[in-house]
Write a protein that binds this ligand. Structure first.
Ligand SMILES: [Zn+2]
Length: 68
């Protein structure tokens, strides 16, 4: 299962590990605006960022990997 990480950066690898958890444990959002709205509602707008999930096709929120 590691082959697809080879030509991608460490940040992507971190996000991938988070994505694996996201699909099973996190909320799925229909689009970016929906995901961002939920992050802001929870006061996490500065902490979370949204991304389109390649696995389930919805959007998720995840903590920013590493310091900004
Ligand atoms: Zn997903």
């Amino acid at each position: 299962m590691q082959w697809y990480l080879k030509d991608r950066g460490a940040t992507d690898a971190l996000i991938d590990s988070d994505i694996a958890r996201s699909c099973t444990s996190k909320q799925q959002y229909a689009d970016e605006a929906d995901a961002r709205a939920h992050a802001l509602m929870n006061g996490m707008g500065d902490v979370l960022f949204s991304y389109p999930c390649r696995y389930c096709g919805f959007w998720h929120l995840t903590r920013r990997p590493g310091p900004r």
